[in-house]
Design a protein around this ligand. Structure first.
Ligand code: XMP
Length: 505
């Protein structure tokens, strides 16, 4: 069996990202609850331990803590954010809450002795914290600072390391290198893990679960569900029915495009036109979480009806990936938003089980898997599009008229950006519920504002807003306000994640 690094979870949004980064550096990783006993860790015998971030304050009695004996096992430990604060707090240091936290990219300056960080000059790192370490425990050295906090520390004798920032995200310059150094230089990893056997393991598991029965796949035409379709058709060819539900919240021309691609394949493809019932279901609803939940529930009802029409198919497969799960809450984590296929699922399901073979993977891993399964790169590299579609890109109540407006605005943005060689990783338009005064011809207008969003990211758990050229923004804005009569104004969103999320709802 290959060497293992344990990622202990304290509710951090990025725990899977840590696990994925470790795996992508050819070291096997597993996530376990943060309160796992030191005896159990000894039994598992990992080469290293990483403690995740989390939404709590270590100073609270009730906040999750690791077994203190973990620090005496002589296994290297890296604490990230809350993880670093926990190490310092538990070993006699001090952690304080500041009035204002640090969120987003912050300049980190290494000390003369930068230790495990291995860097000589200042670098940008993603911070997302309010508490910070104000006094280190005995035996620890600070290896980096920001203007406001100790950004990294270590105790080489006890093989304990901490970083206040998030090296696992792409927003931290050289973050991957820092993790690589921890794995190879500190833990002595030999890099004996590859993703090659992932497909074989999943195929075996799917066959074991489904047996001679049939499975219904919720196919949206996006990367995740398409890769899931490829995996399932390899595992259970002939036992699979793929349902594409057109909920009416797709982008311009998208429903027909998806049908055009998948109906040709040997997937028992069925398109269900359910535009009216979805719009009716969320009529009058303005709260984002309620919208997401109602849409998630309606999806399931459509799948149940289709399953009954096909003679009761017992298994429902979904292309759920890890960020969908983590943002929907779970463990010690906070719910950011309920992804329609996770937090949006109703309690009463008529399916025997839900199969989610991609649920431990991140977008870039899913893309690599798709390529391995032979999917065309155009499909594998598609931008993510949320399951609830344009319904969560319209602030407030969704109406047919607003859907038309946002569809047209989004199409203009995409048309202009699709012409360019260097495109952001995701871009779209949002219809806000703010009305502003404008003037068109000689008339006063009082219409909604459209917001444009374009982000640069690889993992979709964090992102930087993309600084689009002004000339392009100007062109998109003029086209939207002149070609769409019901838009008064266009603004550009320059918020990164954190603190903003990619989608507005
Ligand atoms: P957020 O808005 O959470 O988005 O920062 C991160 C990525 O996930 C996509 N997203 C979703 N995908 N169902 C999905 O399949 C959803 O409910 C959903 N909500 C957000 C979003 O477009 C971005 O790429």
């Amino acid at each position: 069996m290959s060497q293992l690094v344990l990622v202990l979870d304290f509710g951090g949004q990025y725990k899977e990202l840590i696990a994925t980064t470790v795996r992508s550096l050819s070291v096997r990783s597993e996530i376990r609850q943060g309160d796992i006993s030191a005896d159990e860790v000894k039994r598992i015998s990992p080469v290293g331990i990483i403690l995740t971030g989390g939404p709590n304050s270590v100073n609270l009695q009730t906040s999750p803590k690791c077994d203190p004996e973990l620090f005496n096992l002589n296994i290297p430990v890296l604490g990230i954010c809350y993880g670093m604060q926990m190490i310092c707090h538990m070993l006699g240091g001090e952690v304080v809450s500041a009035d204002a936290g640090e969120y987003g990219c912050v300049l980190v300056t290494p000390s003369e002795y930068s230790g495990m960080l291995g860097v000589s000059g200042p670098f940008n790192a993603l911070m997302s914290h309010r508490d910070s370490v104000s006094r280190l425990p005995d035996g620890f050295t600070a290896t980096a600072y920001t203007d406001n906090c100790i950004a990294a520390c270590q105790n080489t004798e006890r093989r304990l390391y901490g970083v206040q920032f998030h090296p696992e995200t792409k927003s931290t310059d050289g973050g991957r290198e820092i993790i690589r150094r921890f794995l190879y230089d500190i833990c002595g990893a030999c890099g004996d893990y590859t993703l090659d056997d992932y497909i074989d393991i999943q195929v075996k598991q799917i066959r074991h679960i489904v047996g001679n029965n049939r499975a219904l796949l919720a196919l949206s035409g996006g990367v995740d569900s398409s890769v899931c379709a490829a995996l399932l058709s390899k595992a259970i060819p002939g036992q699979l029915t793929c349902i594409f539900v057109d909920h009416g919240f797709m982008r311009q021309g998208e429903g027909d495009e998806i049908q055009g691609v998948f109906a040709k394949k040997n997937l028992n493809f069925i398109r269900v036109n359910a535009q009216d019932r979805f719009l009716a279901k969320i009529k009058g609803v303005t709260d984002p979480e309620t919208k997401r939940r109602l849409i998630g529930e309606e999806f399931i009802r459509v799948f149940e009806e289709e399953s009954a029409k096909q003679g009761d198919i017992p298994f429902l497969a979904q292309g759920t990936i890890y960020p969908d799960i983590v943002e929907s809450g779970g463990g010690y984590g906070a719910t950011i938003k309920s992804h329609h296929n996770v937090g949006g699922l109703p309690d009463n399901l008529s399916f025997t089980a839900i199969i989610e073979p991609l649920s431990g993977l991140f977008k870039d891993e899913v893309r690599r898997l798709g390529k391995k399964l032979g999917l065309p790169s155009k499909l594998v590299n598609r931008q993510p599009f949320p399951g609830p579609g344009l319904a969560i890109r319209i602030m407030g109540e969704v109406t047919a008229k607003k859907l038309d407006t946002i569809r047209n605005a989004d199409a203009i943005l995409r048309e202009e950006l699709d012409r360019r060689k260097n495109r952001p990783d995701q871009y779209f338009a949002v219809l806000t519920d703010t009305l502003t005064v404008g003037v068109k011809g000689d008339d006063r207008t009082y219409d909604p504002v459209v917001a444009l969003r374009a982000v640069t990211t690889g993992d979709f758990m964090t992102c930087q807003y993309t600084p689009l050229p002004h000339r392009l923004l100007h062109r998109v804005s003029s086209r939207i306000t002149s070609e769409i009569s019901s838009v008064s104004r266009v603004v550009y969103d320059i918020t990164s994640k954190p603190p903003g999320t990619v989608e507005w709802e």
